[in-house]
Design a protein around this ligand. Structure first.
Ligand SMILES: [Zn+2]
Length: 322
């Protein structure tokens, strides 16, 4: 796969439609300046300025998604769908203006499954590669059978699903302090989502579903051994899963937001190198710095592993959706 592009699958966009409204003092579907993290100047960069930084970082293309604050699942469904349509249209416009530098993920009005499937079909028709969704929908986790039409539609349309939290994470309810709701909470939420998709039988019912667990899968690689032990010790809690949790590790994809060589190696060993793809969380303050160089110069990866993580795996994963 040498020569295929280096793609950052975890990179966010703050839609210009939102910015123009809130910066001129208006609200945008009920959202205000407070919602957009506009104090981060990179959230206001035009695509051309992003490309300059991508060139500096050695990133050929970004798989861009609206920032998590645009989920807005707790609004009336009609409002959320209006937000999703505008976000998704803007992502499509960015991709069409720079087709070699950007690919797109949209957002969905997840509190209404009918509207969600319709917007998924519309977005995929317009050229999106998939969608970014939260770890839960107003508290409902993905073992809920109500989400079945979403998984069916995602399989049918080869939609790539990036699972990514929005605050407050589960940890916030224990403590809102010390940035723990993000630094720990994001990883806890991702681990719960893995558990709900596996034990809920979603991964068994939908073998072609492509789900990427952002933030390097959270604590999944570490937590799965205890999930296996629970599977062995307490058969009554196996839910709908057909096999031990660790057998599902290779059914998911994981980005490289792992920060250290130690964690990256652990991730690769746990889930298989073929399931790890470059993802940085650009332009968040918590993004991985100089991510391509970090992989290229990593002393814990072989040459073929570096090539797979930077190029080969993402070409395989997104290729089908092209
Ligand atoms: Zn992110």
């Amino acid at each position: 796969m040498k020569g295929s592009p280096i793609v950052d699958v975890h990179a966010h966009v703050t839609p210009r439609r939102f910015q123009e409204a809130v910066l001129s003092g208006r609200d945008w579907h009920g959202m205000t300046c407070e919602d957009g993290e506009l104090d981060n100047p990179k959230n206001r960069w035009a695509p051309e300025r992003r490309i300059e930084e991508m060139d500096e970082l050695g990133v050929d293309a970004q798989l861009v998604s609206p920032t998590d604050c645009f989920y807005q699942y707790d609004k009336a469904p009609g409002v959320t769908v209006a937000i999703a349509v505008e976000c998704n249209d803007e992502i499509v416009e960015i991709v069409r203006a720079h087709p070699r530098r950007f690919m797109g993920l949209g957002t969905l009005p997840m509190q209404d499954i009918g509207l969600t499937v319709a917007e998924m079909e519309r977005g995929m028709r317009l050229g999106l590669r998939g969608f970014m969704i939260d770890d839960h929908v107003n508290g409902r986790t993905y073992d809920d059978p109500g989400f079945e039409p979403l998984w069916e539609a995602a399989e049918r349309h080869h939609a790539f699903l990036l699972i990514h939290q929005y605050g407050p994470t589960t940890v916030w309810h224990r403590t809102p302090n010390y940035f723990l709701p993000n630094s720990v909470g994001n990883l806890v939420d991702r681990t719960l989502t893995f558990g709900c998709l596996v034990f809920g039988g979603v991964m068994d019912r939908h073998p072609r579903l492509r789900v990427c667990l952002a933030h390097a899968g959270g604590y999944v690689p570490y937590a799965v051994d205890r999930m296996d032990r629970g599977w062995d010790a307490f058969p009554k809690y196996r839910g709908k899963a057909l096999d031990r949790p660790s057998t599902y590790l290779s059914r998911f994809l994981y980005d490289t937001t792992a920060f250290t060589d130690r964690n990256l190696r652990f991730l690769v060993d746990a889930v298989g190198v073929e399931n790890v793809i470059l993802g940085t969380d650009w332009p968040a303050p918590m993004a991985v710095e100089d991510p391509v160089r970090k992989i290229r110069e990593s002393k814990v990866l072989t040459d073929s592993e570096r090539e797979a993580i930077l190029r080969g795996n993402v070409a395989r994963v997104l290729g089908k959706a092209a």
